[in-house]
Design a protein around this ligand. Structure first.
Ligand SMILES: *[C@@H]1O[C@H](CO)[C@@H](O)[C@H](O)[C@H]1NC(C)=O
Ligand SMILES: *[C@@H]1O[C@H](CO)[C@@H](O)[C@H](O)[C@H]1NC(C)=O
Ligand SMILES: *[C@@H]1O[C@H](CO)[C@@H](O)[C@H](O)[C@H]1NC(C)=O
Length: 317
């Protein structure tokens, strides 16, 4: 019976168009795996920030009852049964050329996903000779949840190397969309896409502001940088809406992290936190837990679908 349900659920219910229906009346997706693409906000590899404790992606995985968010390293030995995390600290959407920049931009992360998928296909073909249990089943790739949390470094790098941020945004958004399309071609269907943070409220922002307009709002956030994050998010949301038409079988959920992160960074004492970050950029564990609670139930999402149901799409939302 269990096997039957696992087979039937994706065939019958995956990506059903729920229209204006109450999505929680639909069955949960039972994602077999999570594939994550991102930067230090979600990196779980050996280069993860040791001070950070548990990350947002790990609280999200907990909520989905998926046990590992293993980093994509040691392709031959790591357990990827429940997915893989391609996120890497410093990673950006657009490839960076300047010295010491992180080479694992989203295009590379998507290529690594392709390698894992190929390896899984190869190994399952010769399943009689090989222990397959640490690799995802080929059929599971189209049933998994694909989470993306990247773009913050593209904006901060513009500030550091003094590029015109506003002029760069369309290029960043196009590269982001291109990565989603490649994943779709590889069989990905359920996407959970985080927008970017109010960088002007980071403690670190004063070190990025340079010659940029220094006006601060009542929360001491740099207005210009938050305007740029908002502009980036506006264009990202518009692009995701276009992708909903271009990728008819995809369930694309755009998740507004900006709003709860802004609340976190500007009202943390009310929330009972001494400091939401440990370095002016990266959130501490309790901040991530608070954020996860705000995000997983869909109250920050468009369409407003909880993460447990993010395989169901909704047209015109
Ligand atoms: C991983 O396994 C492949 C063959 O399955 C082998 O060619 C390759 O050298 C291995 N890589 C490492 C790092 O062990
Ligand atoms: C297969 O690999 C898994 C995880 O790596 C391990 O727990 C299990 O014992 C292995 N099974 C066999 C038959 O070797
Ligand atoms: C989602 O959770 C947050 C935080 O617990 C809560 O404030 C909000 O009302 C919830 N929204 C929905 C739609 O359940």
């Amino acid at each position: 019976m269990l096997v039957l349900i696992q087979i039937l659920v994706p065939l019958v219910l995956f990506n059903i168009d729920v229209g204006a229906m109450d999505v929680t009346s639909l069955p949960p997706c039972n994602f077999p795996a999570i594939y994550n693409f991102g930067d230090s906000n979600s990196a779980t590899g050996s280069d993860r920030y040791p001070n950070a404790g548990r990350l947002l992606i790990e609280f999200m995985a907990d909520y989905l009852r998926i046990p590992y968010v293993n980093a994509y390293q040691n392709l031959n030995t790591t357990n990827f049964q429940y997915g893989a995390n391609f996120a890497s600290p410093g990673a950006s959407v657009t490839p960076q050329q300047y010295p010491n920049s992180n080479p694992f931009d989203i295009g590379i992360q998507v290529k690594q996903f392709g390698e894992l998928k190929l390896q899984s296909n190869d190994v399952y073909k010769q399943a009689k000779q090989t222990n397959t249990s640490r690799l995802p089943k080929p059929d599971d790739f189209s049933k998994a949840l694909y989470t993306l949390d990247i773009g913050q470094n593209d904006l901060t790098l513009c500030y550091i190397i003094k590029l015109d941020v506003r002029a760069e945004i369309p290029n960043i958004i196009n590269k982001f969309a291109a990565a989603i399309k490649v994943l779709y071609q590889q069989g990905a269907r359920a996407f959970w896409i985080h927008n970017t943070a109010p960088i002007g409220c980071f403690g670190f922002a004063s070190r990025l502001i340079g010659e940029l307009p220094k006006t601060q709002d009542q929360n001491k956030c740099y207005t210009f940088m938050n305007e740029m994050s908002n502009e980036y998010n506006r264009q990202l949301k518009e692009k995701v809406n276009k992708l909903k038409v271009e990728l008819p079988e995809a369930a694309l959920t755009y998740v507004d992290l900006y709003t709860p992160v802004h609340e976190l960074l500007t009202t943390y004492t009310k929330l009972g936190l001494e400091n939401p970050t440990f370095d002016g950029i990266h959130r501490i564990q309790s901040a991530n837990q608070w954020l996860a609670n705000r995000v997983v139930n869909g109250s920050m999402s468009d369409p407003p679908i909880p993460i447990t149901h993010a395989c169901h799409k909704r047209v015109g939302a």
